[in-house]
Design a protein around this ligand. Structure first.
Ligand code: SAH
Ligand code: DHB
Ligand code: MG
Length: 225
């Protein structure tokens, strides 16, 4: 694996295509200062999420897994002024850091942060009649991706784009004997996608500063039951 080279290329891309941004720099600094892990999306990946949300003309975005709000802000900036983003985070300590970042970014009014395990907050969203969402980003605890996938379908409409991070896992995705429950969850996700006539999906392998991983993209084609 050539992680140093991948990181150099990420830097090359970032230097040219992603203008310096004081707000996003502060998100990274606040995450470091709070001792939270450096597991948010990279700058080129954040920009990809933003481009996809813009292509969707998304007005209603759902994110599962907030951390310090780095990906959240990339996505929230894709929204029109009356657009809304709901982001779900289990850890109150992460949520507090994210909340401060949404304030600093001037986007707090557009972002609703719900604290608690997503398997509790997702049913609450559904019960409250929230959605359908135009764009959904799944990026929380990996073992629960199959369940997050099912909830995402319930909160989607025909045309919704669902994106899931960290699905390739250093190539372990193709290993049927992996003992890692996160890998098994990603394989289960692919089985669910394979058996789901209502969506059209692909998975794109990626390399970069975060190593070798990948995104699943799934477009809902027909109404979920
Ligand atoms: N999307 C962020 C990174 C998220 S890291 C970015 O790219 O900037 C994954 C986050 O999911 C962590 O903050 C973790 O606390 C949160 N998480 C873990 N388990 C969760 C659960 N059951 N429900 C909701 N959030 C969870
Ligand atoms: C890690 C990376 C992620 O993008 C994520 O969402 C969770 C964990 C990691 O590298 O451990
Ligand atoms: Mg991730």
């Amino acid at each position: 694996m050539e992680t140093a080279e991948w990181t150099a290329v990420d830097r090359y891309i970032t230097d040219r295509l992603i203008p310096p941004d004081a707000v996003l720099d502060e998100v990274v600094a606040s995450r470091e200062a709070a001792g939270l892990p450096a597991i948010g999306v990279s700058p080129p990946q954040g920009k990809l999420l933003q481009l996809l949300a813009q292509a969707q003309q998304a007005r209603n975005i759902l994110e599962i897994g907030t951390l310090a709000g780095y990906s959240t802000l990339w996505l929230a900036r894709a929204l029109p002024p009356d657009g809304r983003l709901v982001t779900l985070e289990a850890e109150p300590r992460h949520a507090a850091v994210a909340r401060a970042n949404f304030q600093r970014a001037g986007l707090a009014a557009r972002i609703e942060l719900r604290v608690g395990p997503a398997l509790e907050t997702l049913p609450q969203l559904a019960a409250a009649g929230r959605g359908p969402f135009d764009f959904i980003f799944i990026d929380a605890d990996k073992e629960n991706y199959p369940a997050y996938w099912e909830w995402s379908l319930r909160l989607a409409r025909p045309g919704t784009l669902i994106v899931a991070d960290n699905v390739v896992r250093n190539g372990a995705l193709a290993d049927p004997h992996s003992a890692d429950p996160r890998v098994q969850a990603m394989r289960r996700l692919h089985e669910l996608l394979a058996g789901e006539a209502r969506v059209s999906a692909t998975t794109l392998q990626t390399v970069g500063s975060k190593g070798y991983d990948g995104f699943t993209l799934a477009r809902v084609q027909a109404d979920a039951p």
